[in-house]
Design a protein around this ligand. Structure first.
Ligand code: HEM
Length: 419
C-alpha cells in the first residue's frame, strides 16, 4: 500500500492509474451520456475502443502536413483572431473572452467538421451561446454541490441545472446530427477529411459493437467539442490576464518573440517553439497557477480498495485535487507568485517533465487532447503577444485572480494595442 510519506503528486498519479473509472453522479448519472461518450464512462472494453479510436483519429489528422494540417488550421485561426482584434481597434477597452472561445472552437470544428465558421456566423454564434450556457451551469454552485453530495440531484430546485443542461445538450446534438447527415451524403471512406468522416468510416467497417452506434457517435463528437473548447480558451484567458497583471512578464515574452521572429508579420509556427523557452514557460506557469480542472474529472475505484487506512468501496466517487499538487510549497517556492522562470533550467531551457505538475491529469484517463491543446496554446498565445500589448485602462483597478478554484477567469475589459 502507498506509504504516507509519498508526495501528493505520487498520490494523484496513484488515483489516476489505479482508479481509471469515471463517475459523475451529480449531473449526468441519470441520462445515458455516461455510457455513450468518452470522458464520463466506466473504464471497460467499450470505453477503451472509443478512446483508442479518438486517439488514433487525432493522430491521423495531426500528422497531415502543409495545407489542411492541424498546425495550419490553428495558424489560420490565429491570423483571423489577430485580424478581428485589429479591426476592432484600440479605442475602447474590451474583453477578449468571446473571441478566444470562437477561435478555439473553430479549431475543433476544423478537425471535427472539416470547416471553420466566421466569427459572425449566426448558427455558430448560437452554438457558442449554448456551449457557454452548459459550462456556466456546470460551474454553477448547485452543480458543484451535486458533484460532492450526489443525493442533492433529487431535491427540486437544486437540480434545475440538470434540466437546463439536458435542453442545451439536445440543441447541440441537433446541430451535430445535421453535420453528420451532410458528411454521410458525400462520404468517401478512402479519403476521410475530418473526425466525422473517420468515425463514419469506422461505423461502416466495424462489426456492430456497443461503442460505435449512431447515437454514440453524436456523444463522442460532442465530447471532443466540449472537452476541447473551454479548457483551452480558459487557459488562454488566464494567460492574457496574467500578462495584464504582470506587465514585466508580458514584456519579457514580447522581447523573446521579437528577437526570434523579427519583423515577420505572420503568426509563429511550431518550428519556433524550441527557440521560445520563456514564452513556453509562461504558458506552463499559467497552467500551473490556474489550472482549469482543479479537481480533475471524477474518478472511482474499479473494486473495493483500501488506501491509507481508508476503505473505499468500488464505485465511490473520488475527486483528485490537482490544484494541491500545483500549489505544494515542497515543489513550488512561493506558489501563489506568477513566475515562469520555475519552468526553466539553469541553461534557460524548458524543464520537460516537472514534478508535481498535472494540468492534463495522468494515467490511463489522461487528457487525450493534450498534444493538440499544447499546440493551440503555444500558437495562439505567441501570436497574440507578438501582435498586441494587453493592459488595463488608465486608473482601472486590477482584477482579482485570487479565487484559486475558479475554472473561468473573470471577464476583464482591457486595452488591446497593436504592436
Ligand atoms: C488546455 C486544454 C486542456 C486541458 C487543461 C485539459 C484537461 C483535461 C483533464 C484534466 C481531463 C481529465 C483527465 C482524468 O480524468 O484524469 C481531460 C480529459 C479529456 N480531454 Fe482534455 N484538456 C484540454 C484540452 C482538450 C482538447 C483540445 C481535447 C480534444 C479535442 C480534449 C479532450 C479530452 C477528452 C476526450 C477527455 C476524456 C479522456 C478520457 O476519459 O479517456 N481535451 N482533459
Amino acid at each position: 500500500m502507498v506509504n504516507w510519506t509519498y508526495s501528493k503528486a505520487f498520490v494523484l498519479l496513484y488515483f489516476a492509474v489505479m482508479w481509471p473509472n469515471q463517475n459523475v453522479y451529480g449531473i449526468t448519472k441519470q441520462d445515458a451520456a455516461r455510457l455513450k461518450n468518452i470522458a464520463f464512462t466506466k473504464f471497460n472494453p467499450a470505453y477503451l475502443e472509443k478512446r483508442r479510436f479518438a486517439v488514433s483519429a487525432l493522430k491521423n489528422l495531426g500528422m497531415k502536413m502543409g495545407p489542411g494540417s492541424v498546425e495550419e488550421h490553428i495558424r489560420e485561426e490565429a491570423r483571423q483572431l489577430c485580424l478581428k482584434l485589429s479591426e476592432q481597434g484600440d479605442a475602447h477597452p474590451r474583453d477578449i473572452a468571446d473571441s478566444l472561445t470562437v477561435s478555439v472552437s473553430n479549431i475543433v470544428c476544423s478537425m471535427v467538421f472539416g470547416k471553420r465558421y466566421d466569427h459572425d456566423d449566426e448558427k455558430f454564434v448560437e452554438l457558442m451561446k449554448i456551449v457557454h450556457k452548459v459550462l456556466s451551469q456546470l460551474e454553477h454552485g448547485s452543480s458543484q454541490l451535486m458533484m460532492v453530495f450526489p443525493f442533492l440531484r433529487f431535491i427540486p430546485g437544486v437540480n434545475s441545472t440538470n434540466r437546463i443542461l439536458v435542453e442545451c445538450i439536445n440543441k447541440v446534438h441537433e446541430f451535430l446530427r445535421q453535420e453528420i447527415t451532410k458528411h454521410r451524403e458525400i462520404l468517401d471512406s478512402e479519403n476521410p477529411r475530418d473526425f466525422i468522416d473517420l468515425i463514419l468510416t469506422e461505423l461502416q467497417t466495424k462489426e456492430k459493437t456497443d461503442c460505435f452506434t449512431e447515437e454514440n457517435i453524436v456523444w463522442i463528437i460532442q465530447n471532443m467539442f466540449f472537452a476541447g473548447t473551454e479548457t483551452t480558451a480558459n487557459t488562454l484567458r488566464w494567460g492574457i490576464l496574467y500578462m495584464v497583471l504582470c506587465p514585466e512578464e508580458q514584456q519579457k515574452v514580447q522581447s523573446e518573440l521579437d528577437s526570434v521572429l523579427g519583423t515577420d508579420h505572420d503568426v509563429p509556427t511550431l518550428a519556433h517553439r524550441s527557440q521560445l523557452p520563456y514564452t513556453e514557460a509562461t504558458i506552463m506557469e499559467t497552467q500551473r497557477i490556474r489550472l482549469v480542472a482543479p479537481l480533475n474529472a471524477p474518478h472511482a475505484p474499479n473494486e473495493d480498495t483500501t488506501f491509507r487506512g481508508y476503505d473505499i468501496p468500488a464505485g465511490t466517487q473520488v475527486l483528485t485535487n490537482l490544484w494541491s499538487a500545483h500549489m505544494d510549497p515542497e515543489y513550488w517556492a512561493n506558489p501563489e507568485k506568477f513566475d515562469p522562470r520555475r519552468f526553466l533550467d539553469t541553461e534557460g531551457k524548458v524543464v520537460s517533465r516537472p514534478d508535481s505538475y498535472l494540468p492534463f491529469s495522468a494515467g490511463r484517463r489522461v487528457c487525450l487532447g493534450e498534444q493538440l491543446a499544447k499546440m493551440e496554446l503555444f500558437l495562439l498565445f505567441s501570436s497574440l503577444l507578438k501582435h498586441f500589448t494587453f493592459k488595463l485602462p488608465e486608473g482601472a483597478a486590477a482584477p482579482s485572480a485570487d479565487d484559486c478554484m475558479r475554472v473561468t477567469p473573470p471577464r476583464v475589459n482591457m486595452c488591446i494595442t497593436r504592436r
